[in-house]
Design a protein around this ligand. Structure first.
Ligand code: NAP
Length: 295
């Protein structure tokens, strides 16, 4: 019988804390990288109940993990259990990656990094100087908005169903960055006006994914895509939302959230291990990653 040497006495591990975690493709992503790069490191998902989060973190610290990812619903709550958090992640109000450095736990936000890396990779341009409209004002919107501001966007407008949440994100941007930021209600005709002026439109709402399949957050608004706009949907499942198919029909460059998901994982792996995943491997891995999401 062949002995399986994948996990031995020297193997280090990273975890994923969330609820649910069964759908996560992060274990396949991280474990594939380790196998290909021959790194003695494994990644394991843990489903954690809300009241157990603090103990789960204490346990991971005691076990001297390399680090861990944090997913829904703990990206905000985790911050109070960490020793330090990057300024960017604090502005984003969310941590999705934690690194253990000599027993101290440091929080990062690689969702935003993943968004920016995939935007650059898939559109061939960066966020610098762009006029951007973000639809939605939840956790993903705040991370994307702060990252766009950090990367030098010219204007960042937030339009959301619940306008007070859009106001909060615009205030954070206006308090910390020099870009022009304003907030709107999604149903307001001002959103339709600003929509035409923007180079980049980003959907950060969950409209278009289960259980809201087949709808777009723009339904019932006067917003119309124009040819040449870059249109990004952070939703990755389904890969083609109504928002994106409407944009493609209008001649826009469209990008879905698969790249964001992929690159948040790559950035987390690089933070934990200090290893830069080689570009030639990234390309091949990305194709395989899209395959497992389809399956
Ligand atoms: P969240 O904090 O719950 O925010 C959801 C936002 O969507 C809120 O602004 C909500 O508005 C809005 N919304 C929901 N249904 C809507 C509708 N029918 N019309 C208009 N607005 C609607 O969630 P989140 O964490 O930001 O996640 C949002 C999406 O991003 C999810 O689809 C998630 O899967 C995706 N995501 C993707 C990645 C990636 O790696 N690709 C990473 C993170 C998140 P109200 O406040 O009015 O309810």
């Amino acid at each position: 019988m062949q002995i399986d040497n994948r996990v031995t006495g020297t193997t280090r591990f990273a975890g994923l804390l969330g609820n649910p975690v069964e759908h996560s493709v992060s274990p396949q992503l991280h474990n594939t990288i380790s196998t290909y790069l021959n790194v003695d490191f494994v990644y394991i998902p843990f489903k954690v109940e809300k009241e157990d989060l603090e103990n789960a973190v204490k346990g991971l610290r005691a076990l001297n993990v390399v680090g861990f990812n944090v997913t829904t619903p703990f990206k905000k709550d985790i911050i109070k259990y960490l020793d330090d958090t990057t300024k960017q992640a604090l502005l984003m109000g969310a941590v999705n990656t934690v690194k253990n450095i000599d027993g101290r736990l440091y929080g990062y936000n690689t969702d935003a990094e993943g968004f920016a890396r995939s935007f650059k990779e898939e559109t061939g341009t960066g966020l610098k100087g762009k006029k951007i409209l973000i639809i939605g004002a939840g956790g993903a919107a705040r991370a994307v908005a702060v990252k766009a501001a950090i990367d030098g966007a010219d204007s960042i407008y937030i339009s959301a169903r619940t306008k007070s949440k859009a106001d909060d994100i615009a205030s954070i941007l206006n308090d910390h960055f020099t870009c022009d930021s304003k907030s709107y209600a999604l149903a307001d005709e001002q959103t339709a006006r600003i929509f035409n002026e923007c180079d980049v439109i980003i959907n950060t709402t969950s409209a278009g994914m289960k259980p809201q399949l087949g709808i777009s957050p723009l339904d019932g608004t006067g917003c119309r895509f124009s040819e040449g706009q870059i249109v990004y949907d952070v939703i990755y499942n389904p890969p083609l939302t109504k928002f994106l198919s409407d944009a493609a029909a209008a001649g826009c460059k469209t990008v879905n959230g698969i790249g964001m998901l992929f690159y948040q994982g790559i950035s987390a792996y690089e933070i934990w291990t200090g290893i830069k995943v080689p570009p030639e491997m990234l390309k091949e891995l990305y194709e395989s990653f899209k395959g497992i999401l389809k399956a």
